[in-house]
Design a protein around this ligand. Structure first.
Ligand code: R5P
Length: 325
């Protein structure tokens, strides 16, 4: 018997719902899957309580809910939990939360007295609401996976971004990968190996908990080289600003920047506009509002990646295989 990609296995057919956070990405994923986005109504009452009503039956279905951690972050988290609850009470066979940018990922440890570990709290809330699985992209730290006891698939945009740089390589002079954060060194090294480029590190010391940071120095050679600064996310662009300054001071030529999550909070866009960046390559794990776009920003869609993972989860096929693992 010929098995088609949408053959049902244990959990009924696919239903894909999206919250309010990223309709465009959800539509792209739906197109990739060849399904319609499922109907739902989301209302915020005058007392600010959020109400969700599913517009179609989910009984016995394999339900995927896409919601990302962009502003308004608290509302989006609550809406996501309420949607999971509605789907669970609607008797879905299985619920998979697709959260391209995991909110509160940076609050992943008790690194000073009397502070919470909010990433763990968010994981607990997702599980308590009733999700059976999750799919996410490039967590701030891989260890956040351990905050969940349900199975999950953390996929990476690394292949998407590195493929793009393979097409640009011929335009670049002595290209070198630079990590803006020693915590990102391992992923940076994979990036450099994939592109057969040398690597340098920027040693950064954070000051205070208001996302200000101080860049110290470069470990490695960037003199007379085009550099690609890689990081997991750009939030206020403080780290990128300092990293660009330090590589320029060390004689770098053209500066490219690559990150998975374009959070672009607060002063980010003004900072990015003022920086001598030739091109910033990112993805659409969070939406970039038009007023926060710049002409040197290229956005690659993670929809085919998420769509392929959803299909594999649905069919019970290997996800690792997708990355030759
Ligand atoms: C830090 O640990 C991360 O890898 C990023 O460097 C950081 O989240 C970027 O934040 P910002 O853009 O506010 O400096």
């Amino acid at each position: 018997m010929l098995i088609t990609k949408h053959e049902d296995f244990n959990y009924g057919s696919i239903k894909l719902f999206c919250g309010s956070s990223h309709h465009e990405l959800a539509s792209q994923v739906a197109t990739f899957l060849g399904v319609e986005l499922s109907q739902r109504e989301i209302v915020k009452f005058p007392n600010e309580n959020i109400f969700v009503k599913l517009g179609e039956s989910v009984r016995g279905k394999d339900v995927f809910i896409l919601q990302t951690g962009c502003p308004p972050v608290s509302d989006n988290i609550l809406e996501m939990l309420i949607m999971i609850d509605a789907v669970r009470r609607g008797s879905a066979a299985r619920i998979t939360l697709v959260v391209p940018y995991m909110p509160y990922g940076r609050s992943d440890k008790k690194d000073q007295p009397r502070v919470p570990i909010t990433a763990r709290l968010v994981a607990d809330l997702i599980q308590t609401a009733g999700a059976d699985r999750y799919i996410t992209v490039d967590l701030h730290a891989g260890q956040i996976q351990g905050f969940f006891s349900i199975p999950g698939d953390e996929v990476t945009s690394f292949h998407l971004l590195s493929e793009y740089f393979l097409t640009k390589r011929h335009e670049m002079y002595n290209p070198t990968i630079v990590t803006a954060d020693l915590g990102f060194a391992k992923k940076g090294r994979n990036f450099a190996a994939r592109l057969s480029m040398p690597m340098a590190f920027v040693e950064k010391r954070r000051t205070g908990n208001d996302a200000t940071s101080e860049v110290m120095t470069v470990i490695g050679d960037v003199q007379d080289r085009d550099v690609v600064i890689v990081d997991d996310e750009i939030s206020t662009a403080g780290s990128i600003k300092n990293t660009v300054a330090v590589v320029k001071n060390h004689g770098a030529r053209d500066v490219y920047v690559s990150c998975t999550h374009p959070v672009f909070a607060g002063p980010a866009i003004e900072r990015l506009r003022a920086l001598p960046i030739k091109e910033l390559i990112t993805t659409n794990t969070v939406p970039i509002p038009p007023e926060r776009m710049l002409s040197n920003i290229t956005v690659l869609s993670v929809a085919p990646l998420l769509g392929e993972v959803i299909m594999r989860v649905h069919d019970g096929r290997s996800v690792g295989e997708l990355f030759n693992e």
